[in-house]
Design a protein around this ligand. Structure first.
Ligand SMILES: Nc1ncnc2c1ncn2[C@@H]1O[C@H](COP(=O)(O)OP(=O)(O)OP(=O)(O)O)[C@@H](O)[C@H]1O
Ligand SMILES: [Zn+2]
Ligand SMILES: [Zn+2]
Length: 802
């Protein structure tokens, strides 16, 4: 008897194991490890992944697999092992790990229906509902509000049964193709028999007579300037044959990518490339930290390393943060490697993403450029993994499974014996510290390309501006410099940090800030409908005309959204033409690209935007970058806020003066003396690194200590706190004395969607038992998680401490 080992699609502690199923004979010759299957599970029918096979089982009463969902495996043997490893290292379920590795389109859908077993129901309403039919969808019952207990009763009487269905979401795009069917001789004959009046038809016959390859039906209609009806008789008469062919959806439309060729490398680029190529040639597995200032030519090093990997017949994965997966970035890879590149990011539709993934699965591409989840690309012969902007916090998945892409990359690189490149102008402290200890290999590129110097950074002290009577959001210096650029026909990038700096509403008389009644965070003012909205839940309310607490009418919105900045610029500098880039203006597909193209064509002098313009952009005429409020990041309740401020300021400044023209930067702040601003001003990465490391050491933060964050949430705040307290006590008992436990405390975001949140933090150096203890705690609480809506999140490498 052949047995399949299956992980089932039920994310819960009790089902987080491997189940045995019999492989029925009729499936035996098709079935392979890594395929999706449909299996019975209790009374239900669900999807599962085959992760192994065997000839025997310890379980007595096994059920057979019902059906296969794939004709070729969706998981490679390597990915199955990787999935198990991810589940273990993030404390998540197997099923969650596997699903995170595959495109959304491969998730199963479920629905139930009711099948009639008796001719007549005792319950007359059921007779009416079924109306002679043998099967109806349960949705129909729910729609009319039918009492499910009555179904249960009829089921007990044996009158009906509930049937479970597993459906699929993936769809394949097809096009109609036309192929010549007759031989040349037959066609000549056919043509001769056509009446002289059928002029158009003769023309089409002539056209198809010389077709050797199939073409799309659409192409035929276009080239012949004709219609379906005119071609129809030719199909009927068997001159041509029409058939459906599957094609990949093409997210790039008809866009042509201009071919680029390897540039002769600068010395610093050569020095970086040499050891990488050496590793490629010898199949050595090193982790490189490519620390290169903005504009130092890191991308060219990536491109030439990939080229070498491809020459060796290998594949490459390039990870880019979601927000910098700009058309510019995609162009650079498509331009060099053309159709060998698949692109995966969230701006693609589900179908497009599925198709890009299938190009990898079908071994039709050699390179993947993508956001976080592209690390799971099903390549089988990886030669190189690159993580660009490795410091980006979006590389950490903040949902089950909470993996960091760097860990997965390093794991896969060990399996494939290949190098990893972590590139950044501002590596994380964790990464750089490892490079200093020679765990990773450090490659430095301290100079910009094109002999460009780093732009000079000026600090505008906004407190002084206020004292001098300037109440606007722009310092005098920034306004003057913007005017200068406009006069000279140069361009400006203005950056507004979105997080912590949205439009909140405050009373000038009493200081009251309007907050969400469900989430305890400030509401955001939306000008268009004059509404206050919460960014965590669905809550919205009208903008009040007077303060709810002191009735004063000087209630105003504060802080700034990009929209408000845009209006303010236009008020101060009427001749400025502004392109605004934020979530609102880039929602539509292709909008992002269009706006950047407009800026590139100099249809505007100012590009104003949020995080999405902080990286990757390379425009020769940008000579001024303005940071409107450097403080907003500094004041978040997070030990990494200084590091993030330093990184962001460095990145944004890097957008100026990248080519011949010299650049300048103006940073506006209320705390100019803060070290992260001062070091950013000097471009002093190593100074910042030393200072920040000493603070991390003093306060026992990473990279000196590891951290685990446990967040408990419940509708009842007392319950949430109580559970957090018990967990803290359990941990205290089981962890070593050297570890530190902080908590229970309310989370910085105390309430989200009407759930109260408490947390407890572990700081430790060495704690080999930790995972086991946490697993036991989770399974102890499992019944309460299932029944009373308790939630426990464990993050073994937290990046969001809110
Ligand atoms: N060897 C070279 N010769 C000439 N120009 C080069 C060379 N390498 C890179 N460049 C050019 O220098 C500019 C900066 O390079 P690139 O964008 O790769 O830098 P980067 O380090 O990736 O920057 P950032 O971190 O800011 O994204 C680009 O316009 C690029 O085309
Ligand atoms: Zn008030
Ligand atoms: Zn809310």
């Amino acid at each position: 008897m052949k047995i399949a080992k299956v992980v089932v699609d039920v994310p819960a502690s009790q089902t987080d194991k491997i189940f045995d199923y019999i492989i029925p004979e009729h499936l035996d010759s098709y079935i392979e490890v890594g395929m999706r299957v449909i299996v019975p599970f209790g009374p239900r029918t669900i999807m599962g992944y085959i992760i192994g096979m065997s000839d025997e089982s310890n379980v007595k009463k096994l059920k057979p697999i019902k059906d296969l969902m794939d004709i070729s495996p969706v998981l490679t043997p390597e990915l199955i092992e990787l999935g198990k490893w991810v589940a273990d290292y993030t404390l998540s379920f197997y099923i969650s790990a596997f699903q995170a590795m595959l495109p959304q389109a491969l998730k199963a859908t479920y629905h139930k229906s009711i099948e009639r077993l008796a001719d007549q129901f005792e319950d007359d309403q059921l007779n009416k509902l079924f109306d002679g039919r043998d099967e109806i969808d349960t949705q129909e019952l729910l729609d009319v509000g039918f009492d499910m207990n009555r179904i249960k009763k009829a089921e007990d009487l044996g009158e009906l049964k509930i049937v479970y269905h597993v459906g699929r979401k993936e769809t394949y795009k097809k096009v109609s193709m036309i192929k010549r069917q007759m031989t040349e001789v037959e066609i000549d004959q056919y043509r001769a028999e056509l009446s002289n009046r059928a002029k158009k038809r003769k023309e089409i016959v002539d056209y198809v007579a010389q077709l050797d390859e199939p073409i799309t039906f659409k192409q035929l209609l276009n080239e012949m300037h004709t219609t379906r009806q005119t071609v129809q008789p030719l199909i009927q008469d068997g001159v041509v044959n029409i058939f459906e062919q599957e094609i990949y959806r093409n997210p790039n439309g008809n866009k042509q990518f201009e071919k680029t060729f390897p540039l002769p490398l600068a010395d610093q680029q050569k020095q970086a490339l040499t050891p990488i190529v050496d590793d490629l040639n010898r199949q050595r597995n090193n982790v490189y930290v490519l620390h290169g200032v903005t504009g130092s030519g890191k991308t060219e090093v990536y491109l030439q390393s990939i080229e070498r990997a491809m020459q060796l017949g290998k594949e490459a994965i390039v990870l880019v943060p979601e927000i910098s997966l700009t058309p510019q970035m995609v162009n650079r890879f498509k331009g060099r490697f053309g159709d060998e590149v698949a692109v995966m990011h969230s701006a693609l539709s589900k179908g497009e993403r599925f198709d890009e993934w299938r190009k990898v699965q079908n071994q039709e591409v050699k390179v993947v450029v993508g956001a976080r989840s592209a690390i799971f690309a099903p390549f089988q012969n990886i030669g190189l993994i690159i993580i660009d902007e490795e410091h980006e916090s979006s590389y950490k998945q903040e949902d089950h499974p909470r993996y960091h892409v760097k860990d997965v990359a390093i794991k896969r690189a060990e399996t494939h014996m290949c190098p990893v490149i972590l590139g950044s102008a501002t590596p994380t402290l964790e990464t750089y510290a490892r490079a200093q200890k020679n765990v990773y290999q450090l490659l430095e590129m301290p100079d910009r390309m094109n002999q460009a110097s780093m732009p000079e950074i000026h600090i505008a002290d906004m407190r002084e501006e206020l004292h001098a009577g300037n109440r606007s959001m722009f310092s005098t210096m920034l306004v003057d410099k913007i005017r200068e650029r406009i006069d000279r026909g140069e361009q400006v990038v203005l950056f507004l940090n979105r997080r912590g700096y949205s439009t909140f509403v405050m009373c000038r008389d009493c200081g009251e800030v309007k907050t969400c009644p469900h989430c305890a965070i400030s509401l955001t003012y939306h000008q268009k409908h004059h509404l206050l909205k919460c960014h965590y839940c669905q809550h919205q309310e009208k903008m009040p005309s007077e303060c709810p607490s002191c009735q004063s009418d000087s209630i105003r919105y504060f802080g700034t959204g990009t929209q408000k900045v845009e209006q303010a610029i236009e008020a101060v500098i009427p001749e400025a033409k502004v392109i605004r880039m934020d979530v609102d203006t880039t929602r539509r597909k292709g909008a992002h690209e269009k706006l950047l193209a407009q800026f590139q064509n100099k249809q505007a002098n100012i590009l104003l935007g949020t995080q999405m313009i902080a990286k990757g952009l390379d425009f020769p005429d940008v000579t001024l970058v303005g940071v409107l409020a450097a403080d907003s990041l500094l004041n978040l309740p997070d030990f990494r806020s200084s590091e993030r401020t330093f990184q962001l300021l460095t990145q944004v400044s890097g957008r100026a003066g990248r080519h011949e023209l010299k650049g300048e930067v103006v940073i506006q702040t209320y705390s100019p003396e803060h070290y992260s601003i001062e070091y950013a001003k000097q471009y002093d990465y190593s100074g910042f690194f030393k200072k920040e490391m000493s603070l991390r050491k003093a306060f026992q933060y990473p990279p000196y200590f590891f951290m685990t964050l446990i967040t408990v949430s419940h509708e009842n705040p007392i319950r949430a706190e109580e559970v957090t307290r018990v967990i803290t006590q359990l941990l205290e008992k089981h962890l070593s004395e050297n570890s530190k436990l902080l908590g229970p405390t309310p989370s910085p975001l105390e309430k989200i969607k009407d759930r109260y949140r408490f947390q407890c933090m572990i700081k430790y150096k060495y704690e080999p038992e930790q995972k086991q203890v946490l697993k036991r705690i989770l399974s102890y609480y499992e019944p309460m998680i299932q029944k009373e809506g308790l939630q426990i999140q464990i993050d073994l490498q937290p990046y969001q401490l809110m």
